[in-house]
Write a protein that binds this ligand. Structure first.
Ligand SMILES: [Zn+2]
Length: 410
C-alpha cells in the first residue's frame, strides 16, 4: 500500500506515491527510541537523502537522532508513533520537496554559490527558495544532497565512513539540540554575557601617536558635531516625518550615526545593546535606520550575518515596511549601483524569513515618496519587478495550501 506524497491532493490519478511511515518503539525508560523502519524507502520516494528525513524528525521533535545507512538504522530518541511522524513528514515535504509553484514533488535541491537553497522543479522549471531559517537547511548546507545518500559508491570504505558519519551525527545533534532554543534567546543570553565584556569605546583622540589618523575618531564635542553633520548628509536624515512619532526625536539619528561611526561595523550584540540603551527596541523606525546603516556595497554577503538581529527586532507589519523603506533609501540615495541587485536583496530578505511575502508584495505594489524621491522609488520598484512577479506567482499557487503549522518553524 502506498499513499500520496502530497497527502491533501485528492486527485485519484495522482501518481506520486510513497510508502506510509512504519515506526517501531525500542527500549524503555530513558533509553526509549523510535526506529523509523522504512526511512530509506520513504526518502527514496521523495528523492532525498535518508538522513534529511531522520534529522528533520529530530529537529522538529527536539530529539537526538542517529543515522546509519550501512545497517539501514534510522533512530529518533523518545517514543513517537507513526502518525505523528507522518504529520511531520508532510511539513518536510512542503518545505523541502514540493515545488512551491506547481506542487510537483519532482524537485532537486540546489545550493548556490552564496549558500542559498532552492527546490529546482523538473516539471515547471521554477525554483522555489527553501526556508533558510529552518535548522534542517543548515544540515543540508553542511551535507549537500550530492555528497550523501548515494549508495554503493565507495564499496569497502563505506562501513567505516558511515561509522564516522554516525559519530559526526552525534556531535551535530548536540549542537542542534542547543540550536533548538537559539535564534531568539541566544541573542538575549549573549547580550547578558557580553554586556560587561564589550570592548571599550574607541577613544583614540589625543593618545598615542596617531599615524593611522584615518581610523581615529576625534571625540571632542565639536568634532563630533561636525562629523554628525557629515554623516547625516551621507545617509540622509534618519527621521522622516511620520504621524505616529512626535517630531524632533533624534534617537534614530543617534543610532544611525553611532553605527556609521564605528571603525568596523559593530556586531549584532553591540547593535542590540545600543538599541536597548536608546529604548527603541520595539520601534519600527529602528529597522529603517538599520537598513540604512548595517550594510555597504557588499550587502549581498552581509545580510546573512544580521538575520538573528533583524528577526528579533521585526515585530510588526510597520517594522517590515520601515525596513524595506530604509533599504530603498539606502540604495536610492547612497548606492544607486546596487539597483540591479534589488531582486537578489529582496530574495535574501525573503529566504531568510526577515520579510514576509505580503510585506514585499505590498511594498512593491506602490511607489512612494516617503523614503526617496518618487522617481527613484519608481526606479527601485521597476528593478524589483522580476522578483515581485515570481513571488506573486508562487503566492497565488500557494493559496490552496492548508493554513497551519506547516510554515511555522519558530
Ligand atoms: Zn513546479
Amino acid at each position: 500500500m502506498s499513499i500520496n506524497i502530497c497527502r491533501d491532493n485528492q486527485d485519484p490519478f495522482y501518481r506520486y506515491k510513497m510508502p506510509p511511515i512504519i515506526s517501531k518503539i525500542e527500549g524503555r525508560g530513558n533509553g526509549i527510541k523510535t526506529a523509523v523502519v522504512n526511512n530509506a524507502d520513504v526518502a527514496r520516494a521523495l528523492a532525498r537523502p535518508p538522513m534529511y528525513v531522520t534529522k528533520f524528525f529530530g529537529l522538529e521533535l527536539g530529539a537526538q537522532t542517529s543515522v546509519n545507512e550501512a545497517t539501514d538504522r534510522y533512530m529518533v530518541n523518545g517514543a513517537h508513533d507513526a502518525s505523528k511522524l507522518q504529520d511531520l513528514l508532510d511539513i518536510f515535504i512542503n518545505k523541502f520537496v514540493l515545488c512551491k509553484a506547481c506542487k510537483n514533488p519532482e524537485t532537486d535541491i540546489v545550493i548556490t554559490k552564496d549558500q542559498m537553497l532552492y527546490r529546482d522543479c523538473k516539471a515547471c522549471g521554477k525554483r522555489s527558495p527553501i526556508d533558510l531559517s529552518h535548522k534542517l537547511s543548515g544540515v543540508i548546507l553542511k551535507n549537500p544532497p550530492a555528497s550523501v545518500g548515494k549508495k554503493g559508491s565507495s564499496g569497502g570504505k563505506k562501513g567505516k565512513k558511515d561509522r564516522k558519519d554516525k559519530d559526526k551525527d552525534k556531535i551535530d545533534d548536540a549542537d542542534d539540540a542547543e540550536n533548538g532554543e537559539r535564534s531568539d534567546d541566544e541573542l538575549t543570553k549573549r547580550i547578558a554575557a557580553e554586556a560587561f565584556s564589550l570592548p571599550p569605546v574607541q577613544a583614540t583622540h589625543g593618545d598615542e601617536d596617531d599615524d593611522d589618523d584615518d581610523w581615529a575618531v576625534d571625540t571632542s564635542e565639536e568634532a563630533v558635531r561636525a562629523r554628525v553633520k557629515e554623516l547625516e548628509g551621507q545617509v540622509g536624515a534618519f527621521v522622516i516625518g511620520d504621524d505616529d512619532e512626535p517630531d524632533g526625536n533624534d534617537v534614530y539619528s543617534q543610532l544611525g550615526i553611532w553605527i556609521l561611526e564605528q571603525p568596523t561595523k559593530p556586531n549584532n550584540v553591540e547593535v542590540f545593546k545600543k538599541i536597548k540603551d536608546l529604548g527603541i527596541e520595539n520601534k519600527h523606525r529602528t529597522l529603517q535606520v538599520l537598513a540604512q546603516t548595517l550594510f555597504d556595497k557588499d550587502i549581498l554577503t552581509q545580510i546573512k550575518d544580521r538575520v538573528p538581529l533583524l528577526k528579533k527586532l521585526m515585530t510588526g507589519d510597520n517594522h517590515e515596511k520601515a525596513f524595506l523603506g530604509g533599504t530603498e533609501r539606502f540604495i536610492g540615495r547612497e548606492h544607486p549601483e546596487l539597483i540591479s541587485s534589488i531582486p537578489k536583496i529582496l530574495h535574501q530578505y525573503y529566504s531568510y524569513d526577515i520579510i514576509s511575502e505580503d510585506a514585499i508584495l505590498k511594498w512593491g505594489s506602490r511607489a512612494s515618496k516617503k523614503y526617496v524621491d518618487k522617481e527613484i522609488s519608481k526606479k527601485v520598484r521597476k528593478a524589483a519587478q522580476p522578483f515581485l512577479t515570481w513571488l506573486e506567482e508562487a503566492e497565488s499557487e500557494d493559496e490552496s495550501e492548508v493554513e497551519g503549522d506547516a510554515d511555522d518553524s519558530e
